[in-house]
Design a protein around this ligand. Sequence first.
Ligand SMILES: Nc1ncnc2c1ncn2[C@@H]1O[C@H](COP(=O)(O)OP(=O)(O)OP(=O)(O)O)[C@@H](O)[C@H]1O
Ligand SMILES: [Mg+2]
Length: 377
Amino acid sequence: MPNPFRYGELVSGEYFFDREKEKEELHQIIESAMNIFLYGPRRYGKTSLILEVLKERRKDQEISIYLDLLKAPTKRKFLELYAREIAKAVTTKFDEALNFCKRTFSRLIPRIVFKANNIPEIEFEASWTRETETAVAEEVLALPEEIAQKKGKRVVVIFDEFPEITNYDGEKFEGELRSFIQNHENVSYIFTGSKRRLLLKMISDPKRPFYKSGKIMPLGKIPQEEFEAFICQRFELSNIEIVKENIRLILEITKSHPYYTQMLCWELWEKVSAKKQILKEDIQETLNTTLSHQREYFFTLWDGFSPHQKILLLALAKESSANIFSQEFINKFGLISVSSVQKSLHRLLELEVVDKTNNIYEISDVFFNLWLKEEIV
Ligand SMILES: Nc1ncnc2c1ncn2[C@@H]1O[C@H](COP(=O)(O)OP(=O)(O)OP(=O)(O)O)[C@@H](O)[C@H]1O
Ligand SMILES: [Mg+2]
């Protein structure tokens, strides 16, 4: 029997649960060819949710193009990736995709490369100059709407980790992209981001090209009851007994974070699968093992922070829900002043070591938080 939990990869099918409300909202947005900005902390399930929604849609009436912008560190890479994914989305066979590229792109010359598993992939050659870049951008960015009109189908484009585009050339490319998107009436654009501050800045600053250019959807945690039911049902599948109290203990440890909960449950299943029952000690032991496996990583991480950032992290590890700018909090943990808290916090948010959810600042990695409490505090 395989482990019924999954972490560190995209989840779908039986491994994916809940998010019904979010799925419905996303379906509606796509139906009305609107744009949406979906944001949430790291590993909350943004990509899995989007791909799950796409799976549920009618393939015969719609074309979806998915781009992971972490794979596109430069504008040129972005354009190549976009061109390739469009070609793959509008065709069903590799040869057709290749021919599509040859027919469609005047400056990008496709060639076949074989990846490690011997699967063919399209890459492009181009004599890149500034002028080529502009010409390719004009060709590629206009394509989704052209395809939608030509095929009489709706097109959905997903830019996963969208704020990455700000690394290309400041705000210039943002403006360029926006000028195309705003005329696309038959395309729904879904922008996601775990760099929440960057994403929100892009859409809430009147001077930025994407200002108010779509609906905003924050992705929160999965409700506790849903998570309890999921954990119970997954263990039941392997005839493993776990009482409600222990499920709650797991969720308390992981603060119901989707990724860390799946991780702890995965480890727990590995530990108890033979004995068919989970006791409180099993949870504690599994947690200890999980923390000890990451000890070295946590030490290295810890080493990289400034003394003040360390004090703030230790304070947050103890009291994530406190008003961290209050004089009381500052005095209690020796944080010096409001401005020094702001400065350290700014950096920790930027590094995504700390997250702000429902106005509460907390350390994003729940295991790092626990490790700090156990080993440092
Ligand atoms: N709806 C869900 N059902 C079950 N597990 C989930 C769900 N959402 C997230 N997870 C857990 O969280 C992990 C991360 O999911 P995913 O990669 O989709 O998140 P993400 O927000 O896109 O992450 P990243 O910030 O790294 O891009 C999954 O491997 C899984 O363990
Ligand atoms: Mg993701």
